[in-house]
Design a protein around this ligand. Structure first.
Ligand code: ADP
Ligand code: MG
Length: 254
């Protein structure tokens, strides 16, 4: 799916007006993996929610496959940092919920849900409850549920931000595999520059107050990439230096 933003501005009215985003222009190609990095509060989530159709610009337009975005749609699936799973349902039932949204007939759901769980390497845990799972496993379930609605685009808001480094590394590999096998369009938000370099075809950098794009980097490295690769590190240093992102955590990869 092609996604575009044209001169998008977003302000929030409160006790004082906050201009979260200003002058946002964006072109995402069908099948592209785009990462957006920037410090906390620069408007990354706001931009992603507008691409999802949960928030609307106060100026300019968001366009998906040539049509203005007027609300949410199954073709654009959003996944949050905390996964937002149903704790009282089994792993399988959480994924099946996505299929119910898709209005898939009941008897087809189980098999399809298991297939999705296989894709995220969780099939043996189909009957487990969500509270029995580690953080990484929960995010895999969320990913399977997001994929269940067969979206054209995955919108991911810092999905691995709360995970330890080892688990995050495993999920980086799995997400690259999923992307290579499905060729979905992915927009991935993170404040970790190295993570962005590992995953993205292209890394867009935002700066805050108001949020806007200040740099863009094409990442020309073979896949699968790993966060400890020297070439990944070299890109990350360049990107961080370019925009003076004071994010030593990201550079250290912790
Ligand atoms: P990020 O995801 O990059 O951390 P956000 O998109 O969450 O940033 O927020 C960008 C700015 O917009 C922040 O200053 C935040 O306080 C403000 N903001 C976001 N959502 C709202 C809202 N619903 N009402 C008022 N201000 C908001
Ligand atoms: Mg955010």
């Amino acid at each position: 799916m092609r996604l575009e933003a044209r001169s998008v501005t977003k302000s929030f009215d409160g006790s004082r007006q906050v201009t979260a985003l200003e002058g946002i222009d964006l072109d995402i190609r069908d099948g592209e993996f785009v990462c957006i990095v920037g410090p906390s509060g620069c408007g990354k989530s706001t931009l992603l929610y507008m691409l999802a159709g949960l928030e609307f610009p106060t100026g300019g337009t968001i366009v998906a496959n040539g049509e203005p975005v007027t609300g949410t749609a199954p073709s654009r699936a959003l996944m949050f940092q905390d996964g937002a799973l149903f704790p009282w349902l089994s792993v399988l039932a959480n994924v099946e919920f996505g299929l119910k949204m898709k209005k898939l007939a009941r008897d087809g759901r189980g098999a399809r849900a298991r297939q999705l769980l296989r894709m995220v390497h969780l099939e043996p845990f189909a009957d487990a409850r969500v509270h029995e799972l580690s953080g990484g496993m929960r995010q895999r379930v969320s990913l399977a549920r997001a994929l269940a609605v067969e979206p054209d685009v995955l919108l991911l808001d810092e999905p691995f931000g709360a995970l330890d480094a080892i688990t995050r590394g495993v999920l980086h590999t799995e997400l690259q595999e999923i992307w290579l096998s499905t060729m979905k369009t992915i927009v991935f938000i993170t404040h970790n520059v190295r993570e962005a370099v590992v995953l993205g075809d292209r890394v867009l950098v935002m700066s805050p107050r108001p949020g806007r794009f200040v740099a863009e980097h094409a990442i020309e490295l073979p896949r699968p990439r790993h966060i400890d690769d020297a070439a990944v590190n070299a890109y990350a240093r360049r990107i961080s230096a370019d925009v003076k992102l004071v994010d030593e955590v990201a550079i250290a990869g912790r």
